[in-house]
Design a protein around this ligand. Sequence first.
Ligand SMILES: [Zn+2]
Length: 458
Amino acid sequence: MAQESKIGLEIHGYIDTNEKLFCSCKAIHGAKLTKPNINICPICTGQPGAKPMAPNSAALDKSIQTALILRCSINQNLAWQRKHYSWPDLPKGYQNTLSGPHSTPTGKNGKFLGIKIKECHLEEDPAAWNPKTGEVDYNRSGIPLIEIVTEPEFKNSGQVEKWLRELVITLGYVKALDSTAGIKADVNVSVKKSNYTKIEIKNVNSIKNIKDVIDVEIERQNKINEIPKEQETRMYDSLKRTTKKMRSKEDAQDYRFISDPDLPEIKIAIQKIATLKKTIPETPSEKLNKLIKKHKIPKQSAEILTKNIDVVELFEKVIKKVNPKLAIRWVTEELFSVLNYNRKTLEEISIEPSHFTELLELIENRKITEPKAREILRGWKEKSESPKANAKEHSQIGNKKEIEKAVDEIIKNNSAAVEDYKSGKHETINFLIGKVMQATNKRANYNLAKKILVEKLK
Ligand SMILES: [Zn+2]
């Protein structure tokens, strides 16, 4: 039986790099930009006479690594194309891309998690145009993008969502994609009922919207009575959850592709491809296997750890010295909760693996209490510091007399809670032990303090 619907994607992701593609303006996004048009120059705003600089080589290398991860064959001669269209977001009147009818893309004929990759190439982002106000913001104009084109082999939205999430994690491993910038995609959906006439929905941002638009479009196409005679391009309104026709689909000839005379062809030596291949780190599934088989980490924890390259790399360094059980808990629970609380990623805080290791060693050797360690971890707002340096003032109190003194004080000052406990509300113990920890600046040996408290309340 023929497949009910066929879905293909043209995915655009921002390459994680410092500069734009043809000028030295910074390649930054979103919240890091405070105002429109502050990150621009004559090149990325297409001023008359401005010529492009040599393309950003780091971005080119990352696009080749991406193609290698997607198991594409790499083309050794890359020719820049001008893709023309007249739109306010495109000051030059054309977009520079390494793909087009007279060109060979960076990589082609690949496969990722069972889905064929038609091609993958590097290109520049246009500016952002607001059709309502007419304003154009050139901050992102010229930022390097990677475009990944799949064959229409997906069957449903759930499959697409899962695949895209894996793709983003995997490309995050080579730091190929700027994970803070998100992805967008042109999504093509065709159904059996309309003889698989290709309908493309342009510029859908976020994985959630991509998933939603597929469901909406499959439903719409299966409902309409008239089968579309030609391909068409639509846009998605995520608030109304509908798609709207923009135009009949343009052909490649509508873009008047020509080779760019300002940019020489790039030749990529086989040697260079081999070097780039060598520097690709392990993929998430390779790391997952290693954690489970070599380090005996439970599958569920290993899956959480391998979702992010920074996290799994930190973990791998920590378990060289610390018991993995303690490390799993402190990475997947304590560290994640602090990051969540501060709304930061591990990359933004820059935690030295050696500092995190020291912290866990101090717990392991009972030099500091876990509540104290938690407090130290919360204090790492911008970057970590060696916890050993202040270990003395944070040191755990194991001296019975000293704890007894604190416990006596708490019992004396919290008579209501003590009465509650004695009358059978045993959960009050948590309140009282909390007070003891607070009074000792979180340094009292927790178990010992609890034991003393219970004794004294008898
Ligand atoms: Zn610029």
